[in-house]
Design a protein around this ligand. Structure first.
Ligand code: F1P
Length: 319
């Protein structure tokens, strides 16, 4: 997490190298695929593609391989496979699932990059079994390529890097929250492009802290799921532009005894608040990810676990 600012700078370099060496523009219709965190990364990339008036679809590699007839993939012109290691069996196999040009987004020259027609290699290497700063770095490098391909102005990488540094200043506060409230379960809520960030937060809690967590599209949680929340629950509300419903939701959970942590631009009347600086909407995941990663990290530490090396997991999943 703490390497996020330098990860953004590396991402920018990778993007610049890529465009210097390839006369290539991303097409309008793209299918994204990955496994685990890389799948949760494929979701905001698909959303960003759609938001820029293209069409992005995200599917886990295994679904693309074995159940794609259940999904409407449209008429994609490119398959983007994401894998930090570039050696995950499902990701390598998924490259051949569709008979269209293939693009690899990875941290290494790898089997995946060699099999793809194009590869964007972002060397945000990490020792940890779980994916942390490489996630925002991959996201940013590819987003820059997407912006450029779709005729938009790219982001100022120095500025984005600095902003991630600002977000990381909340580290002590995050540790205090985790030390001060020994929550028994946690629910992450996010909407639009912050929903996949909530999903990734859920995964990080499970991977790093071996801790039960859930994630929902923000207001969907009221429809049955909220019954789980009580005085042992932390609800993490990721929200860029809160409106009155967010305040009502905060009060509703507090009425059930739960504590709410709002992460965003304004407090919603929550018990805890982490302010995230303003940034253009497509870049939002880059600023929210370090917060949720730190939360999982400190929960793991509090539980006496090694967040970088969780039980039963390996860095590369092979069959
Ligand atoms: C995918 C992944 C990781 C996860 C884990 C196992 O890896 O699912 O997201 O953290 O420990 O592998 P990759 O294909 O991105 O290398």
């Amino acid at each position: 997490m703490r390497k996020t600012p330098e990860g953004i700078i590396k991402a920018q370099k990778s993007f610049e190298e890529f465009i210097a060496n390839h006369d290539f523009r991303l097409p309008r219709e793209i299918v994204y695929t990955g496994c685990g965190s890389s799948h949760f990364l494929s979701q905001p990339l698909a959303m960003a593609t759609t938001r820029l008036r293209g069409r992005g679809v995200a599917l886990p590699c295994s679904e693309l391989l074995y159940s794609r007839e259940w999904y409407n993939l449209g008429s994609p012109q490119l398959l983007v496979a994401i894998s930090r290691s570039g050696e995950t069996t499902e990701a390598i196999r998924a490259l051949n699932a569709l008979n269209i040009p293939k693009f690899a987004l990875t941290a290494y020259e790898s089997t995946l990059s060699r099999k793809a027609d194009y590869s964007l290699i972002v060397p945000a290497h990490e020792e940890s079994v779980v994916m942390t700063h490489s996630f925002p770095a991959f996201y940013f490098a590819y987003l820059q390529l997407l912006m450029r391909s779709f005729g938009r102005e790219t982001y100022d990488a120095e500025l984005v890097s600095e902003l991630t540094g600002e977000v990381l200043r909340s580290e002590d506060y995050i540790r205090e929250i985790v030390d001060g409230f020994d929550f028994r379960n946690v629910i992450f809520l996010g909407s639009g492009i912050l929903y996949p960030v909530a999903l990734e937060a859920m995964l990080k809690m499970k991977e790093m802290a071996l801790f039960w967590s859930e994630a929902y599209q923000t207001f969907e949680v009221r429809h049955g799921f909220k019954s789980i929340a009580d005085d042992g629950t932390l609800v993490v509300l990721l929200v860029e532009k809160p409106f009155d419903w967010h305040e009502k939701l905060t009060r509703e959970f507090q009425g059930q005894g739960a504590k709410v942590l709002t992460v965003g631009r304004e407090n919603t009347g929550a018990d805890y608040f982490i302010e995230v600086p303003s940034i253009e909407e497509l870049a939002l995941p880059v600023l929210y990810l370090p917060v949720i990663q730190l939360l999982a990290y400190y929960k793991a530490v509090k539980r006496g676990l090694n967040p970088d090396n969780p039980r039963f997991l390996s860095k590369v999943v092979k069959w």
